[in-house]
Design a protein around this ligand. Sequence first.
Ligand code: GTP
Ligand code: MG
Ligand code: ZN
Length: 362
Amino acid sequence: MPDVYDWGWPVDQPLPVVDPAHPEYRLARVILAVGGTCRVAGAFGERWAEMSGHLVHHRAATGDKPVVGDWVVIQPLENTDRAVIHDLLPRQGVIERLQIDQERREQSGGIRQVLAANVNAALVVAGLDRPLNPRRIERFMTIAYNGGVTPLVVLTKADLHPDPDQAAAAVEAASPGVEVLRVSIIQQESLDRLSARLAPGRTNVLLGPSGAGKSTLINRLAGQDIQSTGEVREQDAKGRHTTTTRELFLLPGGALVIDTPGLRAVGLTGEGQGLDRVFPDILALALECRFRDCRHLGEPGCAVEAAALTGRLDPERLHGFRKLRKEEAYENRRADPVARKNEHKRFAQLTKEAKKMDKRRY
Ligand SMILES: Nc1nc2c(ncn2[C@@H]2O[C@H](COP(=O)(O)OP(=O)(O)OP(=O)(O)O)[C@@H](O)[C@H]2O)c(=O)[nH]1
Ligand SMILES: [Mg+2]
Ligand SMILES: [Zn+2]
């Protein structure tokens, strides 16, 4: 029977102290969460579990519910296959998004949602059967970095692309420093290469649009059909949202993978160093901008905009960067009124300086 280390508890991390009053408590990992009910796994096997009333009350303010990948302390209920969750342990490495609700966004500001917890790597999956969307890849990578998760790009269905090498090169150019793997279910060695990248005891989450082949990959890595897969519609090359829940699986090689339903729009939550990690090229160019805190939005002497004009920097990439940063800044200001004030002040100051400069020059 797999123990907590098999389920991904880090070997270098001490186990939580057991409450002496409750020797029957067990450490468990959430492998599926539907509403308030979770499927949990540990050295005891698997059980269905629900939060204790005390925990629900305690966490009411934050709205924190266990999500797939969470570590929880449970009390198995005797003579049943059920358990009670008494504690939710702090998370390390999360995939968190802002649910984009275009209509209500202005009022509600969106809802933060942790999609997966205690994740080491995010496999950003895109299918080569349709035009690549580098902006979406950048967005997923930013979300991963912001949550302390290492991204890895996986391009699926290489057999359906006339020149997969060229496609991979284009993605590599748009994701400096990130590994890009090409796979196809009819090229076993490509699957072996991916398999080799997934270390035992480490948790990986698959992110990408519906029909990209996430569940198909999991089945191939598992060596059996554990997830349903769906056909892609002919007309628009979109999937049919076959997977509907996030679920964690233990692969025969010892790695853990979380399958997720296809995601199109994921909003940034406005935290972390993700943008700097995904756009090191823009960061490097910004060193040459006249203003140290240049926002690359029309300030004089902006090296980033100059690079986009000469083609040294893909203008689409700059556009994507601005969009993501705007989202992040919006969220930061919403969450922090002081930052909001400072931002206004800083912008006023910058405009004043820019005006002065223009006068001097013209
Ligand atoms: N030709 C080819 N088809 C593939 C490959 N990988 C996946 N597919 C097909 O792509 C379709 C969609 O695969 P799924 O695994 O269901 O996609 P998904 O990403 O899990 O989609 P959702 O669950 O809706 O998010 C299926 O018909 C697969 O057979 C591949 O490497 N080559
Ligand atoms: Mg699926
Ligand atoms: Zn600039």
